[in-house]
Design a protein around this ligand. Structure first.
Ligand SMILES: Cc1cc2nc3c(=O)[nH]c(=O)nc-3n(C[C@H](O)[C@H](O)[C@H](O)COP(=O)(O)OP(=O)(O)OC[C@H]3O[C@@H](n4cnc5c(N)ncnc54)[C@H](O)[C@@H]3O)c2cc1C
Length: 637
């Protein structure tokens, strides 16, 4: 930087989202442009909070670490752990830590996350009452559990059920108390909650829904919870509070920055900027469009967006469709989208599982399931991409709980390219297939190349399946070859001089004779047309896979191969001549369809694939009319 002082960027909070932000900033060169300081209140660098519960299994916090010890040095950033940012001086542009250090900034990023909500109940501060958010919290719970026989979990949401299962595995009798009408009541309807409660009870847990804790007393070394609704008091040796979280926006509040009404959260715009242009907020402490996102995927997306903005690129955070998953060994619950949204509700029940979808204007807007639903990525794709649901898909769902007639088990290699496989990092099937085609043939290699399965790990089985699918690689290679042919033909027709025709009969070679012969022109012309029609037919069959059309990947390959052959026949038919008038239009439409199809086949980015796909479809539409015209004109003249 020519001896110039680099602008200072301070990150307050060192959790999952702050870590992601700094990593992404480093990739974009931002850690060279800015002198970055990260200040975290916890005594350790960022760790995988999503897998926090796994700490009870291995008791090794290093297995949760997100960054190796040399991380900060390698990236050239300063990390201060075990210090809280206590205040922001917006006039002097500096933060002050709890022990009085002043750290100036030109840009400040708030990534302070959430704190567990502690209900205002008498006796809540007694010894033996714990929250469930950090490694330190779990260490305290583990210590108490060593002497305990029973525990009460207050809060029956995702976290509460996960905590209850962990306590049960510590050999405690566990009871879950939920104030709402049912477990996971914010995401599931009454039937889903009831089924979940049944599963929790099958595992030996007790549940009380629709019950408020009134008071906590201590007696004989135990804790006694008084409940409302005339229910007998509950006794436990320890209590774990999982009654929700609240954004940690206290720094912003005391610095006079606007926070959202009600549940709070630092108000940010699409560029994740607060009311002070030098201060941004990301992750669970931020409120965007009135929503505080309580999951890691939107936090990561915010982190990536902000890293791009800070690195000088254009980027915006436009929101996130909620996706929540409870994954315990025998309990699998998914909720996607706003399950409370109005619409047509359809339910499938079978094999001890329950699936509900919400349709609006023939589009899927939300889904929830209790029990395994490995095709959930397909449902998520339908929601995210706002795809229309065909009546046959609705019937298939009602019949077998899947969107396909083939079976309830659609191989992951056949999911749409944009279907999300790894929810934590939002990695699509297309990205994974592309990595597979580049030679990543184990789940570990796929994880290393794309990051999929490295946060919560629940998509690992899908990665194994994709890695084992030999047809994926062959199909991808075949498709890329077909795409290369289509592009080569387009380039040749646009950039290479037409095949020269002999001026006289004496100098005419075999190719001249062939090219001028009506039979050759008819054979190549109808050949190109027939192959293109077949390719289109195959593609339509692919889209109607509920008809039972077999392996989608192979249909796609057949479509690409026929289209490439048709392009070769076109070269033989035209001798690389683009023609004029309508013929040129026909050629342009044909080449555009080929190149866009090739780009869609070879592409991996979700948005570009979709764009290219639609361009491909758009270019195919005028072809029948132009072709008909071409045939009529050719025979007439
Ligand atoms: C047990 C558990 C399981 C979960 N499971 C899932 C899941 O399956 N899927 C999912 O999507 N999400 C899950 N979550 C939620 C997920 O962990 C959060 O969405 C994610 O951690 C949010 O990241 P963040 O960086 O915004 O906040 P955090 O991870 O909370 O990090 C914020 C950090 O900032 C620090 N901090 C706060 N104030 C200050 C200050 N003034 N000065 C310095 N440091 C400060 C905090 O101590 C904390 O270390 C789970 C959470 C828990 C607790």
């Amino acid at each position: 930087m020519n001896g110039e002082r680099r602008p200072r960027l301070v990150v307050a909070g060192f959790g999952m989202v702050a870590h992601r932000f700094v990593e992404r900033l480093a990739v974009l060169g931002g850690t060279e442009r800015f002198a970055v300081t990260v200040i975290g209140e916890e005594p350790r660098p960022a760790y995988d909070r999503v897998r926090l519960t796994a700490w009870f299994d291995h008791l090794d916090e290093r297995r949760l670490a997100l960054c190796p010890p040399e991380w900060a040095r390698d990236l050239g950033v300063r990390v201060i752990t075990g210090h809280r940012v206590a205040s922001i001086d917006r006039v002097d542009r500096a933060v002050r830590t709890g022990n009085g250090y002043r750290i100036p900034y030109e840009r400040l990023v708030l990534a302070t996350g959430s704190s567990p909500f502690v209900p205002p109940v008498e006796g809540i501060d007694r010894e033996g009452v714990f929250v469930y958010r950090t490694v330190d919290d779990l260490e305290r719970i583990k210590e108490r559990a060593a002497e305990a026989r029973s525990a009460v979990v207050v809060g029956g949401g995702l976290l509460g059920i996960e905590a209850a299962d962990a306590l049960r595995r510590l050999n405690l009798d566990v009871c879950v108390v939920e104030s709402g009408p049912g477990l996971m009541g914010r995401q599931l309807d009454a039937e889903g909650s009831a089924m979940l409660e049944e599963r929790v009870r099958e595992k030996g847990g007790r549940t009380f829904a629709g019950v408020q804790v009134r008071r906590i007393d201590a007696g004989d070394g135990r804790l006694i919870l008084s409940l409302d609704n005339g229910i007998e008091p509950l006794t436990g040796d320890l209590i774990v509070l999982t009654a929700g979280v609240r954004p940690r926006d206290e720094l912003a509040r005391s610095a006079g920055l606007p926070v959202a009404e009600g549940r709070g959260g630092v108000v940010v715009d699409d560029e994740l900027r607060t009311a002070d242009p030098a201060i941004h907020a990301i992750g669970e402490c931020a409120s965007h469009n009135g929503v505080v996102h309580g999951f890691v995927a939107p936090g990561y997306r915010m982190a990536e967006t902000l890293a791009e903005i800070v690195a000088g690129r254009k980027s915006r955070f436009t929101g996130y469709t909620p996706a929540a998953r409870l994954r315990l060994p025998d309990i699998d619950v998914w909720t996607l989208g706003d399950t409370a949204r109005r619409g047509v509700r359809l339910t499938w029940r079978g094999d001890g599982a329950y699936r509900r979808i919400v349709l609006r204007d023939r589009r899927l807007v939300a889904a929830a399931s209790v029990g395994p639903w490995r095709e959930i990525g397909v449902a998520q794709d339908l929601i995210l991409e706002r795809r229309r649901i065909w009546p046959q898909q609705v019937q298939a769902f009602l019949r077998n709980g899947s969107f396909s007639n083939r079976s309830a088990r659609l191989p992951v290699a056949e999911w749409p390219a944009s279907a999300v496989v790894c929810n934590c990092l939002e990695i699509s099937r297309g990205e994974l297939s592309a990595a597979r085609a580049r030679g990543c043939d184990t789940a570990a290699a796929l994880a290393l190349a794309t990051g999929a399965s490295t946060v919560c790990g629940s998509c690992r089985p899908l990665l194994h399946e994709l890695a084992a699918d030999a047809s994926t690689e062959a199909t991808s290679k075949g498709l890329i070859a077909a795409a290369a042919v289509a592009v080569a033909v387009a380039l040749a027709i646009v950039g290479v001089a037409p095949w020269p025709l002999a001026e006289s009969v004496e100098s005419a070679g075999l190719l001249d004779v062939l090219y001028r012969s009506g039979a050759w022109r008819q054979a190549t012309g109808f050949g190109a047309l027939g192959l293109a029609l077949l390719a289109t037919g195959f593609s339509l069959r692919k889209r109607f896979r509920f008809l039972g059309s077999g392996d989608l990947a192979r249909w796609r390959l057949a479509h690409g191969a026929l289209a490439a052959l048709s392009a070769v026949a076109l070269v033989a038919h035209t001798g690389l001549r683009a023609g004029s008038g309508f013929n040129r239009l026909l050629m342009v439409a044909f080449l555009l369809a080929g190149v866009a199809g090739a780009a869609a086949a070879a592409g991996v980015g979700r948005r570009s694939v979709r764009l290219m796909f639609w361009l491909h479809v758009l270019a195919v539409w005028p072809l029948p009319v132009l072709l008909a015209f071409h045939v009529v004109v050719s025979y007439r003249f």
